[in-house]
Design a protein around this ligand. Sequence first.
Ligand SMILES: Cc1cc2nc3c(=O)[nH]c(=O)nc-3n(C[C@H](O)[C@H](O)[C@H](O)COP(=O)(O)O)c2cc1C
Length: 177
Amino acid sequence: MEFTKTIKMRRSTRGYKPEQVTNEELSKVLFAANAAPVGNGMYENVHLTVVQNAELLHKMVKSTAEVSNNPDANPFYGAPTVIIVSCKVTDPAKIGSAYANAGCIIENMSLAATDAGLGSVYLLGFIRAGAINDSLKKELGIPEDFNPVSGMTLGYPTEELVERNIPTDRIATNYIK
Ligand SMILES: Cc1cc2nc3c(=O)[nH]c(=O)nc-3n(C[C@H](O)[C@H](O)[C@H](O)COP(=O)(O)O)c2cc1C
């Protein structure tokens, strides 16, 4: 797909079909993750967890409902795949890099998903709420010295992705010439 078209088609998808994505589609998305920039090129400080296990997805939804005190919590919008980005933070002063790394990785994955006609949405809320507790972290196989910082859903959107008109002035910009 042409790059500008992909950019215009990317959107946060909040409704998914139950069918699982193919391994080939998943590989494209993970390739994009590996192509993303990471601070100081320290790829060893980031870790991805691809969750396609219905029971574990359900446990994360349940945990989100508990920590957010919202029995109707639906953080993944029914997506059959959730990819969690975890980071190793050795220096608390560099926590910003962890979130920046996750942002770069997720945006790359999201554009690759769009290019393949798949839906995705950036997930921060359920992680910030503390839904991935120590026991879930273990079950998810996230290495002990890593912490989940962001996630992304992946799946077939219930509504087909279409090109959107993007206002070019919604981010205030000043120019100094
Ligand atoms: C850092 C960040 C965190 C986000 N967290 C969530 C989230 O937890 N749940 C959600 O549904 N959307 C989340 N979003 C999606 C934004 O709400 C969405 O990107 C924004 O409203 C623009 O809409 P668009 O993605 O359709 O262009 C997040 C986006 C970013 C960049």
